[in-house]
Structures are given as C-alpha cells and as structure tokens.
Design a binder for this molecule. Structure first.
Ligand code: SF4
Ligand code: SF4
Length: 638
C-alpha cells in the first residue's frame, strides 16, 4: 500500500512535469530554424556534462559537492522508486537502499540550504529560488522517514506514512515546477542545451576554438524573401539559442565576472539573459526578476513579447545595455550552462546597425570612415607606415613569398602602438627573422566592425584581405594584435583564408628559446601581466607571455583575475567608441587589480590594452608592452 501510493504520487508528478516541459518547448520552436546534429549531440551530452560543465562547477568545490549529492541521490531515488513500482511493493532491501540514497540527497539539500540561507552570495537570485532548499529537504526528509520505517518492517501508523508521502509529493511538484519555471531549469533545459548547442566546437570534444559569429547571408538566397539581418525580436533567434537562454539557472557567475557590471555600466549579463528568457512570453515584464538588476536601472520598467522588438528605451533591453558589452567572453567562460552571451549581443547589434543604423556615439562615425577608407580613423592607408619611414620595411608584392608576414593592424596609426611595433621590428631584425609587411594593401581586419554588428563592412574587409594574402606565399603571419589574430585565425577561414597565425609573444618566446635572442639585461622588476581577452579567453594562449616574461627576468606577480579568468581592459567590442558611461571606467577597475599586486609595472600584449591602461590617471604601475621589455632585456645581444 505504502509503496504503491509512493510510486503513484511520484510518477503522476513526473508525468505532469513532462507535459509541462513539452508545452514549454513550443516557446523555443517559435525561433528561426537551426541545423543541429541531434544524434551526435545526444551522444556527446554525457561527456559535455561530465567534463565541460563540471570543469566550471568544480571551480567552487562546495557547489560541486552538493550538486553531486543532491542530483546523485535524487536520480538514484527515482530509479529505486520505479523499480519498486515494477516490483509492486518493494522489499526491505529496496527500502533500505532508498533510505541510503535519500540520506545522501538530504545531506546535499542541507548544504544547499546553508549556501542560500547562511552564506547568501549576493549574485544568487531570490524569489522562487528561495524555496529550493525547502523543496529539496521536504522531498528527501519526508521520504527518508518512510523508507527507514519500511526497511524496519513498517511500525509507523499508515496515516502518518501517507501524510509524509503527501508532503514529499508537494515538494516534488515544486521541484518539477522549478524545472519548468525556476531553479531546476538547468536539469532539463541545460541538458538539452548541451546536446543541441549552437557552438559545439567550444566543448572538449570539439575541433577547436571557433567563433560563434557565422557569416550572415547579406542577400536573399534564390527566390527567398529577404530576411531581416540580425535579431530584432526573440523569435528572430535560432530555436537552439532560445533553448540556451532558457537553461540559465540565475547563478550569477557571469554577473560576478563581468567587467562592465563591476564598473557600474548598465549591463548585468545574468539580467540580460533573463530579459531574453522573459521576453519569449507574451505581454512580458521583468517585474518578477529577483536578482541584481542592470546597474542604474530599476526592475519592473521593461516590457516586451516574443514578437516585439527587444531593444528600446522601454523595451526589455535598453540600448545602453546592448552597447556596454566589451565582448570579452568573461561571462561565457564562467557560465556553467555554457550560454553564449556575446553571440546574442552581436546578433542584436547586427539588427540595430544594419537595419536601423542605430549604432551610437563615435561608433557610427568610425564605421562610416571604415567603409570609406578601409581604416577606422579615416586616414590614408599610406600614413600607417609613417613611423617606419627609417626602418625600410620590406613589402611583400603579389606573387612574392616570405617566411613571416608582419600584420601591423590599425593600431599602427597610434603613436603609443607605434612604439611597441618598432620594438617588435627591431627584435625581428636582431633575431634574423626573414619578414615582410603588406604595406598599403593591409586593410583593417574588420574586428570592430563585426563586434559592432556591421557584418557588411566586416565581410567586405575580410574578403579583400583574404584575396590579398592568398595572392602571396608565406609560412606564417605574426601580429601583436590579439583582435587581428582572432579574426584572421578563426573568422577568415569562412572566407577562404587558412594560414598559421602566431602572436608576437609566442614568436618572441620561440626566438629566445632557440637562442636567436639572448637575454643580457634581465628586467629585474616586479611585473604583473594583463591577459588580453582575445588572446587568452578566445584563443587559450596564456602560457607563452608568462614564460616569456620569466625568461627576461621579471619578478612576476599574478592579479586575482588572470589567465582564462582575466578581467577586460574595456577596449574590446567597440566599447570605447559606443562609450556608455557607468560609475567608473573599466580600465580604472582593471588598474585597481594591478595595484593590488604591488607590482611596479603592468605588462600588456595588445594595442587596445596598452591604450586603455595607459589612459588611467593617478598613481599606478607603469604600463609596458612585452616587446618593449624584451627589446630592453636583449639590448646588447649580437
Ligand atoms: S562579454 Fe564581458 S562585458 Fe559582455 S556581458 Fe560578458 S562579461 Fe560582460
Ligand atoms: S547566464 Fe550562466 S552564469 Fe549567468 S546566471 Fe545564467 S547560468 Fe549563471
């Protein structure tokens, strides 16, 4: 009787949950079609869950432990309950096993309660999330009493046992409701998102570091009606992206990592994802959101709907929020549900820029200059080489060949960047590297245009740069600009460009290791290294700059946020051009991290980082580009 009642309650609640989930999936299917490898995705799911998700969750071991206890105990309990349903009645052994797994789950539930009620991290959402410990404790605690009693022969009055089963049923119903609308969404939506992920190559079983920004078809294909470019309404996202947003468990890890949020700009990536989730419903409002809002913006004012524009002063997402993002991917790196915030931001920007021409601030002027002159400053391309007038840089003509092509990037117009480029050229000469440059035929790589949503200008630049490079034979391309490196390495292949691209830190390390450069004057200063987002997080290169710094004799100190979890300088994604104001500037926050190390110098390896961090006023560590340090350390070499 007890076993039958228990199994009936559990299966009935789960069946209702499954029906709700099916109804929920209609929301995703309203999105645009996407090509998804269903079988391959489902096959890859266990690996992605056990390796990639656990890699993120494991960064906070307490959380990893309670997840294992709660989820492991709960799933084992479900299996045993079904087994008991099949065996109609169960045996004392089965009841004892059930008691053991429920006890495991209860320990995990107590840890969840400790985290939510005692530790109370400020990034966690409250609201319906606050009920989670109660539901977990209600389910595991009540059934544990019943299971223990049954394993001992059933001395408890039957009415009490049925009452406990009813309590467990209510708690389970709340958990199932939480799968649909609350704290347990990640259990089902998260698993589906892992299987049908829009950027599968990001996982350990993928083929490498791809870019989520696939080329946008700019003209209608065949007889098709023209489709709006970018995303205007929730339904303009592909269905598996909508599914991805719905996997968000409101843990706030992205919020904690976001440099824009830290600087008080009106962007909280968690709220941004929740805005996208809520907007999928008709007559949407953010009034029920119970986490930290976008800084400076109250909750309850945003409205929208599945077929309504997402961006607008009173819409679900304010334009300032959209343009605050530096595309640094810190949120993507931290998200345990593998949500792709940056691709969503760029898709939204594409509509604003391409369809509405609503790019704000100096960004609009910059894009116009870029379209007219192929460089963002609107200057003649020949002026980019003024700094090298005395260096007689060899130009590589069409049909020519060289070992190493130096891609200088559009930073070469800037006096500060020219200093470090000069250092790099002197080092290449000193080491005997056979190199050349493209001269006036090197156009802007298109990185900023693409991040600002101007896919048309990006594609125009990419196509012409690929044609220029493919008309020459070269062994490798070296650049000191991680944005150019990422674009050439990961985004140009879609336009027919496939070359070996190396960052100058990797090349300089190679030259020192091979003995082509000799350290004669070790730097001997305390130095902290600021990882460029597009080198570290986007391309996984965090070791070479550090080994290089060690090789030239610095006393290296690490910032709290470093490597793949580094914080942005504020210079990416066109953010300096859209220039949304916050409580502080992002580079000021980053320099604060550097100051905390006590180092006398910050080493940078990106033109944007050099410009952003050198712009910080007040007492601060000196800023030096790594090539400049290497040049000084190897000054008197052969
Ligand atoms: S990419 Fe960077 S700036 Fe943009 S939302 Fe994510 S963490 Fe914030
Ligand atoms: S987007 Fe990811 S990291 Fe941010 S709150 Fe949601 S699940 Fe957590």
């Amino acid at each position: 009787m007890i076993a039958t009642a228990l199994t009936t309650v559990v299966l009935a609640v789960l069946a209702i949950g499954a029906a709700l989930a099916a109804w929920q999936s209609r929301r995703w299917l309203a999105g645009r079609p996407a090509t998804v490898g269903v079988v391959a995705g489902l096959r890859a799911l266990p690996g992605r869950y056990l390796v990639d998700v656990h890699h993120v969750v494991g960064r906070t071991p307490f959380n990893a432990r309670f997840h294992a206890l709660v989820a492991g105990g709960f799933l084992a309990a479900l299996v045993l309950l079904v087994a008991m349903g099949v065996a109609i009645g169960g045996s004392r052994i089965l009841w004892l096993l059930l008691a053991v797994v429920l006890a495991v789950m209860l320990v995990g539930a107590l840890m969840v309660r400790h985290r939510r009620r005692v530790l109370r991290p400020r990034e966690l959402s409250q609201g319906r999330f606050s009920r989670l410990p109660l539901s977990l404790l209600g389910f595991s605690g009540s059934l544990l009493l019943v299971a223990l009693d049954q394993s001992l022969g059933g001395v408890m009055p039957e009415a009490l046992a049925l009452a406990l089963i009813a309590v467990a049923g209510v708690a389970l119903a709340d958990l199932v409701w939480g799968v649909w609308k609350g704290p347990l969404k990640h259990a089902v939506h998260g698993a589906l998102h892992l299987a049908f992920h829009p950027r599968p190559a990001r996982f350990h079983d993928g083929k490498g570091r791809d870019t989520g920004l696939k080329p946008l078809p700019l003209a209608p294909m065949g007889d098709n009606e023209p489709v709006a470019l970018g995303v205007e309404r929730p339904v303009d996202f592909a269905w598996n992206r909508l599914l991805g947003f719905d996997a968000c468990v409101q843990c706030g890890r992205c919020e904690t990592a976001c440099p824009a949020y830290a600087a008080g700009l009106p962007l909280n990536p968690k709220k941004l994802v929740q805005d996208l989730v809520v907007a999928m419903d008709g007559q949407a409002s953010d009034a029920a959101y119970a986490g930290n809002p976008h800084p400076g913006r109250g909750v309850g004012k945003a409205h929208g709907g599945a077929a309504l524009p997402l961006i607008g002063a009173d819409a679900m997402i304010h334009p300032d929020t959209l343009w605050s993002c530096t595309t640094c991917r810190a949120c993507v790196q931290e998200c345990p549900m593998m949500i792709e915030h940056v691709d969503a931001v760029v898709d939204l920007r594409r509509f604003q820029t391409l369809e509405l021409g609503a790019t704000p601030g100096k960004a609009a002027v910059m894009l116009e200059e870029l379209r007219a002159t192929d460089n963002p400053g609107g200057r003649a391309l020949a002026r980019r080489w003024d700094w090298a007038a005395d260096l007689s840089l060899p130009r590589l003509p069409a049909g020519g060949s060289c070992d190493t092509l130096l891609w200088v990037g559009d930073g070469a117009f800037d006096l500060r960047v020219q200093r470090s480029l000069r250092a790099l050229v002197l080092l290449l000469r000193r080491a005997g590297v056979e190199f050349a440059v493209l001269g006036d035929e090197e156009l802007d790589c298109g990185d900023v245009a693409r991040r600002l949503g101007d896919e048309a200008t990006f594609q125009s630049l990419a196509t012409r740069n690929v044609a220029t490079l493919n008309a020459r034979r070269l062994n490798r391309i070296v650049t000191a600009d991680p944005h150019a490196l990422h674009t050439l390495r990961n985004e140009y292949p879609a336009f027919g460009g496939n070359w070996t691209i190396v960052h100058h830190t990797a090349l300089l390390l190679e030259l020192i290791t091979a003995g082509a450069l000799t350290v004669t004057k070790p730097v001997g200063r305390s130095v902290t290294f600021h990882d460029p987002c597009y080198l570290g997080r986007y391309n996984g290169e965090i070791e070479a700059p550090r080994v290089l710094l060690d090789a030239i004799g610095v006393e290296r100190r690490e910032m709290l946020r470093s490597g793949l979890r580094s914080s942005c300088c504020g210079g990416g994604g066109g953010a300096p051009l859209t220039d949304v104001s916050g409580e502080r500037r992002i580079p000021d926050v980053r320099m604060e991290h550097a100051r905390e190390t006590g180092a006398s110098m910050v080493a940078v390896a990106c033109p944007n980082c050099a410009l952003m961090l050198e712009g910080v006023v007040g007492p601060r560590p000196e800023v030096a580009e790594i090539a400049e340090l290497v040049l000084a350390a190897t000054e008197t070499a052969r």
